[in-house]
Design a protein around this ligand. Structure first.
Ligand code: CUA
Length: 169
């Protein structure tokens, strides 16, 4: 079969285009500091969060010197705990899950931003250096109250921070 030169050029161009598209998508999904929901977190029963040791009592926990873990529930239409209080110059890892529908978790003014999927635990670590108050917003449409779904992250100066024990023991 004879292929016309002109046709060959278009064949090559089409292939270049396909490779370019795949490269762009791969780059967008993996490079440039973009993280998808990590696969190493186990799934969780979204209907039984009150029986989960992390999420039954959404809270801030000190796990080591200057290292904190925050277990957050994003639900229609609030974040718990609210506010979330941590000290500056620490390492804070958020674990966020949802008992109902898809939500977002974005700490305004930072690059902390993740999707929150029922049945999955989104994990993200931030190192807040600047004391202050940061709004937390839901950036996935989740129902009638979506636009009112917001929380607050308070970063306290290191020497003024004390983890309050609000467990019911
Ligand atoms: Cu939750 Cu939008």
């Amino acid at each position: 079969m004879h292929i016309h030169d002109y046709e060959k050029i278009w064949l090559v161009l089409a292939m270049v285009l396909i490779v370019a598209i795949i490269t762009t998508i791969t780059y967008g999904a993996t490079a440039a500091g973009i993280g998808m929901i990590s696969d190493d977190e186990e799934t969780i029963d979204s209907t039984a969060l009150d029986e989960d040791e992390r999420f039954a009592d959404p809270r801030v926990e000190e796990i080591d010197d200057n290292q904190y873990e925050v277990y957050v529930i994003a639900q229609q239409f609030q974040f718990r705990p609210d506010p979330i209080e941590v000290p500056a110059n620490s390492q804070v890892t958020f674990y966020v899950t949802s008992p109902d529908v898809l939500h977002g978790f974005h700490v305004e003014g930072t690059n902390a931003n993740t999707m929150v999927i029922p049945g999955e635990v989104s994990k993200l670590t931030v190192e807040p250096n600047e004391p202050g108050e940061y709004g937390i917003v839901c950036n996935e449409y989740c129902g009638a109250g979506h636009h009112d779904m917001e929380g607050l992250l308070i970063v306290h100066p290191e020497d003024e921070f004390e983890l309050e024990d609000d467990s019911d023991e």
